[in-house]
Design a protein around this ligand. Structure first.
Ligand code: ZN
Length: 456
């Protein structure tokens, strides 16, 4: 009897998953890459302090704790988690849109396309990076950027927007046929460059690829470094304008640089990226408010990055997240300026040469008055000197900016445990039609299962 009961209990949730899901005309999926609960809550606190209000993503009605492990690892990478979220099947780390045996899977975006909907894929990193790729590509290796970009064109999706296309002209590829942008034009994709190109796109233009930077192969800049260009919120708005039609729409928007800045343990840059992502989600939530009977908005993360912790041994029960506002540029901006400095000064570059850059970027002070929280201790300076020496050896590395950011973050009451991903579950939030399906605890593969039912 007990065995039967256990069996029944294990079947019931899976039966519930697709069974009571209604078709929805407008489905929006937002993925914060590397965004788990610590990233969301640190940015909530920061936003409360600097803007006087929290984040829209944290005020959504339904929430589900979401497990992220991949088929072959407790700690997933973005390829396996992207595939789980997009296709509903666990795969090995590194694999895109294929299962553990290499067999092709079908993504929510492909289901939406095949049911006659229009599909948009948006990211602030490159369009053929792992997370967006999981929605249209089928490749055993996320590193095959050129081949993944060929899949992007074959998808026939209606809109791609945000960063560029990595290795778009990789003539070393065995399947090389020319620049992806030339091939895109041959496949009647309209190419739109920068803010002006994006603004000029209008409904009726047909399929489009809108690239933010004008360079073709690079992501959008970090918001802390440059907020002037189009951001993912702008692409989301444009996608709705272009794709709206009677059959319905599926739009995926990724905040991909949340992950990148967490890999560098840079919390101030993270605050700006999460707020930028939140702005994009607000576009979906605003739309849902005006189309309450026809819209589902889902927000999730693909995994946690960095082992970010909301508390630090040196700050006890206090937190000083507002100190992150002393940082003015990203770790990446620092790295660029540092490499330039090393190039100018050669091997003679000294630690003193780099002090103004450290102070100007991170707000840390070498000669601070007693009691100034931004003052560097002797051990901090030792740590920075050691990182400086390593960084001089490899000027394109990031030893010094990561060390600076970690010191500032500890002063803010935050800790990091890793430069990679962690196995911490993420939170999936939802609002609108079928939002109740995202309650309690789910697996990342459940997201695809539920959404596929909603777009059929
Ligand atoms: Zn990721």
């Amino acid at each position: 009897m007990l065995k039967v009961l256990i069996l029944l209990l294990s079947i019931v949730p899976s039966l519930c998953l697709g069974a009571d899901i209604k078709p929805v005309k407008y489905v929006f999926l937002f993925i914060g890459d590397g965004m788990s609960i610590p990233q969301r809550m640190a940015a909530e606190e920061y936003s409360n302090i600097v803007n006087g209000r929290g984040l829209a993503i944290n005020a959504m009605k339904y929430k589900a704790l979401t497990r992220t492990r991949s088929a072959d690892s407790f700690i997933t990478d973005s390829a396996a988690s992207g595939t789980a979220i997009a296709c509903g099947t666990k795969t090995k780390n590194g694999s895109i849109g294929v299962d553990v045996s290499g067999a092709r899977l079908q993504s929510i975006a492909e289901v939406a396309r095949d049911s006659g909907r229009k599909v948009g894929i948006i990211t602030c990193v490159t369009l053929n990076h792992a997370t967006p790729a999981a929605f249209y590509a089928h490749n055993k290796s996320r590193g095959n950027y050129y081949e993944i970009a060929l899949d992007m064109l074959d998808s026939n999706f209606d809109f791609f927007g945000g960063g560029g296309i990595q290795m778009y002209d990789n003539s070393k590829s065995k399947r090389y046929k020319g620049s992806i942008f030339d091939l895109a034009a041959e496949k009647s994709y309209k190419l739109a460059w920068g803010a002006e190109g994006l603004a000029a796109l209008k409904p009726g233009d047909g399929k489009a690829i809108a690239v933010g930077t004008g360079k073709g192969g690079v992501p959008l800049p970090y918001r802390i470094d440059n907020s002037s260009g189009p951001r993912i919120a702008d692409y989301a708005k444009k996608a709705i304008e272009l794709l709206d039609n009677d059959r319905g729409v599926f739009i995926m928007v990724e905040g991909g640089k949340i992950d990148w800045t967490c890999h560098a343990n840079d919390a101030a840059t993270l605050m700006h990226e999460v707020m930028d992502f939140d702005n994009a989600v607000k576009v979906g939530l605003e739309f849902a408010k005006n189309h309450p009977q026809d819209t589902l908005v889902v927000v999730t993360g693909d995994h946690e990055t960095g082992g970010l912790t909301l508390g630090f041994g040196g700050t006890g029960y206090k937190s000083y997240i507002e100190r992150l506002a002393f940082q003015k540029k990203s770790w990446e901006s620092f790295r660029g300026k540092f490499a330039k400095l090393v190039k100018q000064k050669g091997k003679d570059v000294s630690f003193d040469d780099v002090k103004p850059l450290i102070e100007g970027t991170f707000g840390l002070k070498f000669l601070a008055k007693k009691g100034d929280p931004m003052g560097l201790s002797k051990s901090d300076v030792e740590l920075l000197k050691e990182a400086f020496a390593r960084n001089v050896e490899s000027p394109s590395g990031r030893a010094l900016p990561v060390a600076c950011a970690k010191i500032l973050d500890n002063k803010a009451g935050l800790g990091w445990t890793s430069g990679a991903h962690t196995a911490l579950p993420v939170e999936t939030s939802a609002e609108g039609v079928n939002a109740h399906a995202f309650s309690g605890g789910i697996d990342n593969t459940d997201i695809a299962k539920i959404l596929k039912s909603a777009v059929r």
